[in-house]
Ligand binder design. Structure first.
Ligand code: S3P
Length: 177
C-alpha cells in the first residue's frame, strides 16, 4: 500500500467520517487528521462557539486554512473533513490536486438517527433539523458526488467501510502521474 497517499473523506454530518478515518489511518499506518479537531485546537474554541460568536463565514475561512495546512505534510494521511468543506471552490480544487477523495454516502434517515442526540452541530440546531438537513443535502450532494470514489455506507459497519476503502485504494491510480 502506498503510504504517500493523501485521503480526504468527505460527506454529510453523521456519515461516519471520523470513525472510519481513524480505523483507516490505523490500517494504513499513517496519521489521522480531523479537520474539526484541528480547528478547535487552533482557535482554542469549540465549533459551536465559533459559529455562534463569529458566524459561519468566519468558520469557513478557518476551515479552508486548516485544509490548506494539510498540504504542508510530506507523507500521506487520512483526513476527515467537515460536511461543508465542498462548498468552496478553492477547497474542492485543493482536494482534487492533493489527494484522493472518498464520499461516505449515507441515507438521510441514517444521518438523522446518528446525529439526533448530538447538539454539537450548529447548523442543525434549529426547530426542524430534518428539513434543514434535507435542504443542505440537496445543496451539497452534487459536490459530494464528484469525489473520486463513492461508498454507500448504510449497510456497512465502520470497519467494513474502511476495508472497502483499502480495497479501492489498492487499485487506485487517480493521483499517479
Ligand atoms: C458542518 C459539519 C461539521 C462542522 C460544522 C459544519 C457542515 O462537521 O464542520 O458543524 O457544514 O456540514 P462534521 O461533518 O464532521 O459533523
Amino acid at each position: 500500500m502506498d503510504k504517500s497517499k493523501r485521503i480526504f473523506l468527505v460527506g454529510f454530518m453523521g456519515a461516519g467520517k471520523s470513525t472510519v478515518g481513524r480505523i483507516l489511518a490505523d490500517k494504513l499506518g499513517v496519521p489521522f487528521l480531523d479537520l474539526d479537531d484541528i480547528i478547535e485546537k487552533k482557535t482554542n474554541r469549540t465549533i459551536e462557539n465559533i459559529f455562534s460568536e463569529e458566524g459561519e463565514e468566519y468558520f469557513r475561512r478557518i476551515e479552508s486554512e486548516a485544509l490548506m495546512m494539510t498540504g504542508q505534510r510530506e507523507s500521506g494521511f487520512v483526513v476527515s473533513t467537515g460536511g461543508g468543506i465542498i462548498l468552496k471552490e478553492e477547497n474542492r480544487e485543493f482536494i482534487k490536486q492533493n489527494g484522493v477523495s472518498i464520499y461516505l454516502k449515507a441515507d438521510i434517515n441514517k444521518i438523522m438517527e446518528r446525529i439526533s442526540a448530538d447538539t454539537a452541530r450548529p447548523l442543525l440546531n434549529v426547530d426542524d433539523p430534518r428539513a434543514k438537513a434535507e435542504q443542505l443535502m440537496k445543496e451539497r450532494s452534487n459536490f459530494y458526488e464528484r469525489s473520486d470514489y463513492i461508498i454507500n455506507t448504510d449497510l456497512l459497519t465502520p470497519g467494513e467501510i474502511a476495508a472497502e476503502i483499502m480495497s479501492l485504494l489498492s487499485e487506485d491510480n487517480t493521483s499517479d502521474p
